[in-house]
Design a protein around this ligand. Structure first.
Ligand code: ASP
Ligand code: MG
Length: 417
């Protein structure tokens, strides 16, 4: 019998009425002959509330107890959905991460799934039972402690379960009807994509699109899990397919640019007049890496030769995640003498805007067109990075909407009215 994973996000299970609606979607697939594993999130807002309670209880909290608390949201919804399915006459049971078991690393709060043994789930399928699995949680085998997978981690649970049980596909039900060319709240002319490649989706998720957790796309790509993003608010009797995330070869009509992502989660740091000699980059970025601070865009400019025998200096500008900004500034300030720079400057009112498309591999000048279009709108670019299938620009936050809309039109992504 073919198998299917259906994942439902927080808004889709926000109350009992919505959980009944979810159960109607599940019933449709059971009646179509699938063996179904459902992965559920916590009710919307629940995880935030639980995180808040942890923070109120303890300033520097034990991450193992954080996991014990925040994983409970998913425990509730898995039990509730199993009850509602049973009441509809569909055999079902709930599974906590440790019961499956979903084994993870011990990085509490952002653990990685290491393995999922499908044996117990298989035994349930053999009995004709729907498996309702609590997303977002697992267990570290050596310590036996409960872990969670990082915010948005139920997506990752779902794709990993799909890979483990050999599901034909993984349907991620959410409150939007698919993956869009950009955020429709910013660009009303954004279009829903029918298909998007794993690689593009991975870039979109990494560069700010909030539809899927990055790790879920990595797993889908690695195990070639055909993954759909679709709406749980469609009529359960007549749902639309949503957006398919699949291999590039399956996509016939390929655009040069597939989507525009943006992230306001950025901060810029500039070190002025750093000695321009071998080892400076290591002196700056080594200590940041040691503190687990990820650096993204880096620009180094030669800022001049004094002409009177003093050595050359350079300006070094780079970006870090906004959440790491204070830590990075404090660390670099402490290392001022060691790194030997003259001044440090920082900015948090910045946004990173990225254009993504596998078509960039075979087309030249794609980014150059964007630089021209942004210049014409008077948008100043603070930093640029490019790679094979994307480029990103860092600009002032105030220009977010203007820049996203400009690029969206430039690459022909606007919906035709
Ligand atoms: N409930 C968890 C969160 O809000 C996991 C998820 O919904 O994917 O991050
Ligand atoms: Mg989510």
């Amino acid at each position: 019998m073919a198998r299917l994973v259906m994942k439902f996000g927080g808004t889709s299970v926000a109350n009992i009425e919505r959980i009944r609606n979810v159960a109607a979607h599940v019933r449709r697939e059971v009646e179509a002959g699938y063996q179904v594993a459902v992965v559920v999130s916590a009710m919307s807002g629940k995880t935030n509330e639980l995180v808040g309670w942890v923070q109120d209880s303890s300033k520097i909290y034990d991450p193992r107890e954080y996991d014990a608390v925040v994983a409970s949201g998913e425990q509730v919804t898995s039990g509730l959905l199993a009850l509602v399915l049973q009441e509809m006459g569909i055999p079902a049971r709930s599974w906590q991460g440790w019961q499956v078991p979903v084994l993870t690393s011990d990085a509490h709060g952002s653990a990685r799934i290491e393995s999922i043994d499908p044996a117990r789930l298989n035994a349930g399928f053999a009995k004709g039972e729907v498996a309702v699995i609590a997303g977002f949680q697992g267990m570290h085998a050596e310590t036996g402690r409960l872990t969670t997978l990082g915010r948005g981690g139920s997506d990752t649970s779902a794709v990993a379960v799909a890979a483990a049980i050999g599901a034909e596909r993984c349907d991620i039900y959410t409150d939007v009807d698919g993956v869009y060319t950009t955020d429709p709240r910013v660009v009303p002319k954004a279009r829903k994509l029918d298909k998007v490649s794993f690689e593009e989706m991975l870039e979109m998720a990494s560069l700010g699109s909030k539809v899927l957790q990055v790790r879920s796309v990595e797993i889908a790509m690695l195990h070639k899990v055909r993954t759909f993003v679709r709406s749980s608010f469609d009529d359960p009797a007549d749902p639309r397919p949503g957006t398919l995330i699949c291999e590039e070869e399956e996509i016939v009509e390929q655009q040069v640019v597939t989507g525009i992502a943006f992230s306001k989660d950025e901060a810029q740091i500039t070190l002025r007049r750093v000695a321009d000699k071998p080892g400076v980059a290591a002196a700056i970025f080594g200590p940041l890496a040691d503190q687990n601070i990820n650096v993204d865009m880096i620009i180094q400019v030669v800022s001049g030769n004094t002409g009177n025998g003093e050595s050359m200096t350079t300006d070094m500008t780079f970006t870090v995640q906004a959440a790491d900004y204070e830590r990075a500034m404090a660390l670099l300030t402490k290392l001022k003498l060691q790194i030997a720079y003259q001044a440090i400057e920082g900015a948090t009112d910045v946004v990173k805007i990225s254009a993504i498309g596998v078509g960039m591999r075979s087309h030249a000048g794609v980014a150059a067109r964007a630089f021209r279009a942004l210049a014409e709108k008077g948008v100043n670019i603070r930093a640029i990075t490019t790679s094979e299938i994307k480029f990103s620009v860092l600009i002032d936050k105030d220009y977010t909407e203007l820049a996203v809309r400009t690029l969206h039109s430039l690459y022909g992504l606007d919906k035709v009215a």
